[in-house]
Design a protein around this ligand. Structure first.
Ligand code: ASP
Ligand code: MG
Length: 465
C-alpha cells in the first residue's frame, strides 16, 4: 500500500492510514507500506534549498521552523506513550537540525547541486514514515520506519534517478522481507533511493507511487494499492466535465497513456515494475476506504465506444521547423531532437507531414525559449542556406488526448474523435496517434481546451453495469 501526501497530510489522515493498514493486516495480509511526505513538504524543502542558494539567509530558517512545528504537532497528536513520543521528537529534531545545517551551508556556498537538492528533498518522506511508524507502535503494533536509500539502488541521475532492479531485489530480500515474515509492519519512505555508494537520490516528483511499485515487484507482491484522495482514476477532470466518473477497470497500457498525458493520479512509471508480475494495481481513496477504486490489470477490456478517458495538458508550446529544403534530407529531425534532449527537455508529442516540408513537436512552455535557441543553433547552417525557413513556437495551445484500448484496430475512431471537434467548430492544429493505438492526441487552441475536452468526453459510452 502506498499513501500519498494528502493521506499523510495531518494527524487525522495518518490515523486513518493506520486504520486501513491494521484492518487489512487483521484479515491476514502481509502489508508493506510506502508513504509520501506530508502534503506540501517536498515543495517547502525545495524552496528552502533554492532560496538559500539564491543568497537568502533567512527564508530557510523560517521553512525549517514551520516544518518542525507541523511535524512536532502531528507527532504530539499521534502518540500518547511518553517514551515513544520522546524518541520520535528526538529523531525528528536531529533530522531537522541536520536539514537546517545543510541549508545554511548552501546559503554560504550560494550554490546547490542536483545531488545536494536530492538530499534536502529526501527529508519529507523520512519525517512522515517515522510519524506513521511511531503511531502504529503507540497503538501496540510492531512497526518500523525504513529509509528507502537502504533498499532502492539507483543510478546517479539525481532528481530523476532510475532503479537498478537486481541490486534492489537483493537488498529488499535482505533488509525488508524479514520484517514482513516476522509480522512487523515496515513503513518505507517513497520517492528516494541511493546510488551504489550510498548517496541519496530521488526518483522524480510524484514518484512515491513508482517507489511502491519497485518495492512491490521486489517483494513479489500479489497486489499494489495506491491510496490517494480521490475515488480512483476519472474519465476526465471533473472541474471541466461535472459528469466525469471513476473508471472501474483499465489496463496497464491504458493507464500508461493516461498518466503520461496528464492524469495526475498516478505517476507514469508506476505500472512498469508490475508488468512482469502481472499483479493488479488499485487506485483507492484513503478517505472512502470501502470504495474499491480503479482496478488496473494486465489485459484491456474493450468498451464499445473505444474512448475511456480524456486528458488535457496545458502549459505546453508547439515548436515547428519548416522549410522546403528539408525534403529528402535525412538528419534534420534527428539533430533537432538531440538538441532538445541535451537540454534535458522531454518531448510530449511529435508530428511530421509526409511532404517532409515541416515537422513539429511539443515541449513544456517553461522551456520554450531555451528549446528555440538550441534548435536554431543546431540548424544554423540550414537556416543560413534557407533549407530551413523558420523555427518558431506557438504558445497558446493545449494537448487533448482520448485514451482507450478499443481504439486498436477499430476503424473510424479517429474520424469520430475529429468529427466531435468539428461538430463544435474546434480547429485541430495537429493530430498524433500513438503507435500503441491506445491514444489519439489533438493539439487545439488553449481557449478551446475545455470545449474540446467536453466534446471528446461525450464519446465515452457508459458501461452497462
Ligand atoms: N513527496 C514527493 C513529491 O512531492 C513524492 C511524492 O509525493 O510522490 O514529489
Ligand atoms: Mg502523487
Amino acid at each position: 500500500m502506498k499513501f500519498g501526501g494528502t493521506s499523510m497530510g495531518n494527524h487525522d489522515a495518518i490515523a486513518q492510514v493506520a486504520r486501513i493498514i491494521l484492518d487489512h493486516q487483521r484479515q491476514g495480509h502481509r502489508i508493506l507500506t510506502v508513504v509520501s511526505a506530508m502534503s506540501g513538504v517536498t515543495d517547502q524543502l525545495k524552496e528552502a534549498a533554492r532560496s538559500a542558494a539564491a543568497g537568502d539567509e533567512s527564508k530557510h530558517y523560517d521553512i525549517v521552523a514551520a516544518l518542525r512545528q507541523r511535524h512536532r504537532e502531528t507527532a504530539d497528536q499521534l502518540v500518547s506513550d511518553e517514551m515513544i513520543k520522546q524518541a520520535l521528537f528526538d529523531e525528528l529534531d536531529t533530522m531537522l537540525d541536520t536539514l537546517s545545517a545543510l541549508c545554511h551551508s548552501i546559503a554560504v556556498l550560494r550554490e546547490v547541486t542536483p545531488r545536494g537538492m536530492d538530499l534536502i528533498m529526501s527529508f519529507g518522506e523520512r519525517f512522515s514514515a517515522r510519524l506513521l511508524a511511531a503511531h502504529l507502535r503507540d497503538l501496540g503494533n510492531a512497526a518500523i520506519a525504513i529509509d528507502a536509500n537502504t533498499l532502492i539502488v539507483t543510478d546517479d541521475n539525481f532528481q530523476d534517478a532510475a532503479p537498478l532492479m537486481d541490486e534492489t531485489r537483493q537488498r529488499v530480500k535482505q533488509f525488508l522481507v524479514p520484517y514482513l515474515e516476522s509480522g512487523t509492519l515496515p513503513i518505507v519512505t517513497g520517492y528516494i533511493g541511493a546510488t551504489r555508494d550510498g548517496i541519496i537520490t530521488t526518483l522524480g516528483r510524484g514518484a512515491s507511487d513508482f517507489s511502491a511499485a519497485i518495492l512491490g515487484a521486489a517483494v513479489e507482491t500479489d497486489q499494489l494499492w495506491i491510496y490517494t484522495d480521490v475515488d480512483g482514476i476519472m474519465t476526465t477532470d471533473p472541474r471541466i466535465v461535472p459528469t466525469a466518473r471513476v473508471i472501474r477497470t483499465l489496463s496497464y497500457g491504458e493507464v500508461g497513456e493516461l498518466a503520461y498525458f496528464g492524469a495526475k493520479v498516478l505517476h507514469p512509471k508506476t505500472v512498469q515494475p508490475m508488468i512482469d508480475r502481472e499483479a493488479p494495481v488499485r487506485v483507492r481513496n484513503t478517505f472512502n476506504p470501502s470504495d474499491l477504486g480503479t482496478l488496473i490489470q494486465p489485459q484491456a477490456e474493450i468498451t464499445p465506444g473505444a474512448v475511456k478517458a480524456v486528458t488535457l495538458i496545458r502549459d505546453v508550446s508547439l515548436i515547428s521547423v519548416e522549410g522546403r529544403g528539408m525534403i529528402g534530407v535525412p538528419g534534420v529531425a534527428g539533430r533537432t531532437f538531440m538538441a532538445v534532449a541535451r537540454l534535458g527537455v522531454s518531448i510530449l508529442l511529435i508530428s511530421q507531414s509526409s511532404s517532409e516540408q515541416s515537422f513539429c513537436f511539443i515541449v513544456p512552455s517553461a522551456r520554450t525559449a531555451q528549446v528555440l535557441d538550441a534548435v536554431r543553433k543546431e540548424l544554423r547552417t540550414e537556416l543560413e542556406r534557407r533549407d530551413v525557413d523558420r523555427v518558431w513556437a506557438r504558445e497558446d495551445i493545449v494537448i487533448v488526448t482520448a485514451v482507450g484500448a478499443g481504439m486498436r484496430g477499430t476503424p473510424g475512431v479517429a474520424a469520430r474523435v475529429t468529427g466531435a471537434l468539428a461538430a463544435r467548430s474546434i480547429n485541430i492544429l495537429v493530430i498524433a496517434q500513438g503507435s500503441s493505438e491506445y491514444s489519439i492526441s489533438l493539439v487545439v487552441r488553449a481557449d478551446e481546451a475545455n470545449e474540446a475536452v467536453r466534446a471528446l468526453h461525450d464519446l465515452i459510452v457508459e458501461p452497462t453495469a
